[in-house]
Structures are given as structure tokens and as C-alpha cells.
Unconditional design. Structure first.
Length: 251
């Protein structure tokens, strides 16, 4: 079978970055792979843009360690989550979302239970969401080792989605430390104007955070119900984690 040369170079580069214990400079990568610096730079830029690699402040490159869960795990997670999502959406009368982190540090919504209120929050299941300015993303980021989450935050320029979006990595790191201590994360109009929410982590049998449970509300209702929504998000996430562990133990 004939290998496509450009595809082979991309895979070689990914394998190389995966094997490194620390970030490498462009010159070192090109030298080690015996490639021209110009073409190596183009390959690296592509990997960074697509979320498979990250570049730090010193122009060194490293692999993104995050990876999507296997489809079978997603299926079990959705199976465990949907009954609880329906129940808690009915109780809070707000939209409930289930999200996981995928390559590049973005969040993908796996399932949703939309509020029945006339004024409500809804989510597109086909689009990815940034982790740094969403409640579900911050919950998952907060569970990662500090070095890993900083690599996610500094991999690319963080753009503001609203005038309230926090984009400074140091400030976000402080927010993540608080979320880790609290056991939940909340955002107010950081990703979408008029929308606020709170998220809690879903853990597997080993205690690893595998997903986030988010209760999303319109901002005009959020302040009055914040405490109840925090408690609901935590309770729902814990119940989903319990069901997930029961389902997983059967396999």
C-alpha cells in the first residue's frame, strides 16, 4: 500500500509529539524529524488550529493530551443520564445539558433536556463549545492536573464571546481552582449574552471526571434561583455518576 507523503508526515509529527515529555521548539522538531523548518511550521500550525497540538509562550509545541471517550462510553453515559436529566429539568424548569471534553479542549453536548418554559435556553448538539467560558467546560478543566489545563488555556488565543468573557489564562486558572474547591462552576453571560448556568462533574468508578452536567437558564431568572440550581446540578451529576457506574459494572 502506497502511503500519502503529507499524511505520513502529519502522523509522524503526532507520534513524535506524543512521545515527548515536554514541549519542543520548531527547530528541534524539524531537526529530529529531518524535515524543512518551513514545512514543519505549516504542519504544526495545522495541528494547533485543529486542536491536536498547542504552542506555548516560548513558541514550543506539545501534544494535546485530551481525547474523546470511546463511543461505547458515550452511549452508556447517555443511557445513565437521560432519566435524571428529564427529572431535574422538570423540577427546575430549566434546560439540562450533558457534555464531554473532546480533542482540543472543547466541549461537545451529548444530550439535552430543554426547558418547557416559553423563555428558555437551548443548545445545538452539532457544534463544539469552548471550555474556558462555559460552566461545563470549567468543571472538566478544573478536574485536570494544573499543568495540563494551563496547556489547554495557552494553546491558542482565547477570544471573547461577550463583553463579560474572561480570556486571561491566569484569571481563568483562579476561577478553576475555585471550581475545584466548590465542586461546581457557574457562568453568567460569558459565552452567550442573556444566558447563565451552573455545572457539576460526573465521575466514573475510579473518581475520574468523565463528563459535566449543566443546568442552563436565562440570566433574568438565574440570580433568584442560583442556589437551587447549584444544588440541583450537583445532585443530578451525582445520580448520573451512580447510574453510570452501575451500567459499566455490568460490562
Amino acid at each position: 500500500m502506497t502511503e500519502v507523503r503529507s499524511a505520513g508526515r502529519v502522523l509522524d509529527l503526532l507520534d513524535y509529539l506524543q512521545a515527548q515529555a515536554e514541549a519542543r521548539s520548531l527547530s528541534q522538531i524539524a531537526r529530529d524529524l529531518v524535515l524543512p523548518k518551513s514545512s514543519t511550521l505549516l504542519l504544526l500550525r495545522t495541528l494547533v488550529e485543529r486542536g491536536y497540538a498547542q504552542r506555548d509562550a516560548k513558541d514550543h509545541y506539545a501534544i494535546v493530551l485530551l481525547r474523546a471517550m470511546p463511543p461505547a462510553i458515550d452511549d452508556r453515559l447517555i443511557e445513565a443520564a437521560l432519566p435524571e436529566m428529564r427529572a431535574w429539568s422538570g423540577q427546575t424548569r430549566e434546560t439540562v445539558l450533558l457534555g464531554v471534553m473532546v480533542e482540543g479542549g472543547n466541549m461537545r453536548v451529548l444530550a439535552k433536556q430543554v426547558s418547557t418554559q416559553e423563555l428558555r435556553y437551548d443548545a445545538d448538539l452539532t457544534s463544539l463549545r469552548p471550555s474556558y467560558c462555559t460552566a461545563m467546560g470549567r468543571v472538566v478543566l478544573a478536574s485536570l492536573p494544573r499543568a495540563q489545563r494551563l496547556r489547554v488555556l495557552t494553546a491558542r488565543k482565547l477570544r471573547p464571546f461577550t463583553p463579560l468573557t474572561v480570556t486571561d489564562p491566569a484569571a481563568i486558572e483562579r476561577i478553576l481552582q475555585q471550581a475545584e474547591a466548590d465542586g461546581y462552576a457557574s457562568v453568567e453571560e460569558q459565552y452567550v449574552l442573556g444566558a447563565s448556568g451552573v455545572a457539576a462533574p460526573i465521575r466514573d468508578a475510579g473518581g475520574r471526571v468523565v463528563a459535566a452536567l449543566d443546568i442552563a437558564s436565562v440570566s433574568s431568572r438565574f440570580d433568584a434561583t442560583r442556589g437551587d440550581l447549584i444544588a440541583a446540578a450537583i445532585a443530578c451529576a451525582e445520580a448520573i455518576g451512580k447510574h453510570l457506574r452501575q451500567i459499566s459494572s455490568a460490562f
